[in-house]
Ligand binder design. Structure first.
Ligand SMILES: NC(=O)c1ccc[n+]([C@@H]2O[C@H](COP(=O)([O-])OP(=O)(O)OC[C@H]3O[C@@H](n4cnc5c(N)ncnc54)[C@H](O)[C@@H]3O)[C@@H](O)[C@H]2O)c1
Ligand SMILES: [Fe+2]
Length: 386
């Protein structure tokens, strides 16, 4: 199937890349920017430094730092109001996926008149908004290079996925030095999110020769660097490797797709307020085991790329080693089980589990999975991950 492949026009990678924000804003012809970020970025001083780089380039800066983890439509509308009040001609998203997604959504809402939930789904955003620069500080969501945002719909209590080329950053500044301060558990959660992006992009029914090399390279970087970045937060080589993994997975998955792990993870996040990477991580081994029969050879390749299986192992053995390897990875990263992260009794969880399965199917992501599940099978998978 002939499908488009989209990435930002400019991606600058490497130590110090974030210092180029001022010159990039000038290149885009912008005089006034809204820096969209969160309170940690302000207290750590990073938001101030990025604002200084902009100001030194002659760009007037307003800071919106009220973005909460897993941002909602309310964050987007608050940021949009500040953008309009201050006549900002661009947004800079600084932080993990939450501020970057919020910035991208504010940009789109600056040029589209309807309520944000009407743009949920695929290719429904008519107009491009103000220019976008993204600066990731986690490794990560890949949101710096994706045409995707995930925004909480506070009216319906669901996480909306919006995919549209108008959400693509004009410039992504990918500077691994900004990730050095991530504490181990954040490194683990977002690192597994990266791995899920890469694996889902690779096994998706929408995988293509343009996305496969990025997905496999990302998986290799995760296998070489995630545990080191987790155990040795100051290890620059591992941080740089994970930043590349995140970037490459971010290039792969929106041009292929995410699948069942993300489909099942969003309702967990929406109902139980579990961080995105963590809700993916707790579901990943069980969903992989369920999905292997639909992409037998590809999952075996994932296992070999992770270093779990060798070239001499049969695909059957490689796939068994993949499930065992992913369970061990979760243990090594101290990732608990679904029941622990939801923090409720199973009986309470079961009251909402069918709605969660239906929301998951409605998001469309499970339809790209190598094995397309029924709602009952999704319920069973939640129980297996419990
Ligand atoms: N747009 C996409 O393509 C895409 C892909 C995957 C996930 N997401 C979304 O991204 C969001 C999750 O993003 P995330 O996992 O990067 O986390 P996040 O942005 O929600 O941040 C989580 C916490 O980590 C802190 N943090 C961030 N960088 C730090 C650093 N360098 N040092 C110390 N603390 C730091 C933040 O201040 C925050 O408290 C979710 O809303 C998810 O749905 C989007
Ligand atoms: Fe994700």
């Amino acid at each position: 199937m002939a499908t488009p492949f989209n990435i930002p026009a400019t991606i600058i990678v490497g130590a110090g890349a974030s210092k180029k924000v001022g010159e990039q804003a000038r290149r885009l012809g912008v005089k006034s920017a809204l820096l969209v970020t969160d309170s940690y970025m302000v207290s750590s001083g990073l938001a101030g430094r990025i604002a200084d780089y902009l100001r030194r380039a002659g760009v007037y800066v307003t800071i919106y730092s009220n973005v909460q983890p897993d941002p909602t439509d309310l964050n987007v509308m608050e940021g949009l109001e500040i953008l309009r009040e201050n006549r900002c001609g661009m947004v800079v998203g600084l932080g993990g996926g939450s501020p970057m997604d919020c910035a991208k959504a504010i940009s789109v809402m600056s040029a589209n008149p309807q309520s944000i939930n009407l743009y949920a789904g695929l290719h429904k955003v008519p107009n491009k908004g103000v220019p976008i620069i993204t600066i990731p500080t986690t490794a990560g969501t890949g949101a710096e290079v994706t045409k995707v945002v995930v925004i909480g719909d506070t009216t319906r209590n669901v996480k909306m996925m919006i995919l549209d080329l108008n959400l693509m950053a004009d410039v992504a500044l990918v500077d691994y030095e900004l990730t050095m301060s991530c504490p181990p558990q954040l490194t683990a959660n977002v690192g597994v999110d990266t791995l899920v992006h890469a694996v889902e992009a690779y096994v998706s029914v929408k995988a293509s020769p343009m996305t496969d090399p990025y997905a496999l390279s990302s998986i290799r970087h995760v296998s070489e660097n995630l545990l080191t970045a987790y155990n040795e937060p100051n290890n620059k080589v591992a941080r740089e490797g994970m930043t590349l993994a995140s970037l490459q997975a971010g290039i792969a998955f929106p041009n292929s797709s995410v699948c069942l792990v993300h489909g099942m993870s969003r309702p967990v996040g929406a109902l139980y307020h579990v961080p995105h990477g963590l809700s993916n991580a707790v579901l990943f081994p069980a969903v992989t085991e369920f999905s292997i029969s639909g992409a037998y050879v590809r999952y075996a390749t994932v296992s070999r790329t992770m270093g779990y299986a060798t070239d001499w192992d049969t695909d059957k053995v490689a796939n068994e080693k993949l499930v065992t390897g992913l369970r061990k990875l979760n243990k090594d990263l101290r990732i608990p089980r679904l029941g622990d992260v939801c923090n409720v009794d199973l009986t309470i969880f079961d009251e909402s589990v069918l709605k969660m399965a239906e929301d998951s199917l409605a998001s469309g992501s499970p339809g790209n999975n190598p094995v397309v599940p029924t709602a009952e099978q999704i319920v069973d998978l939640y129980h297996r991950a419990w």
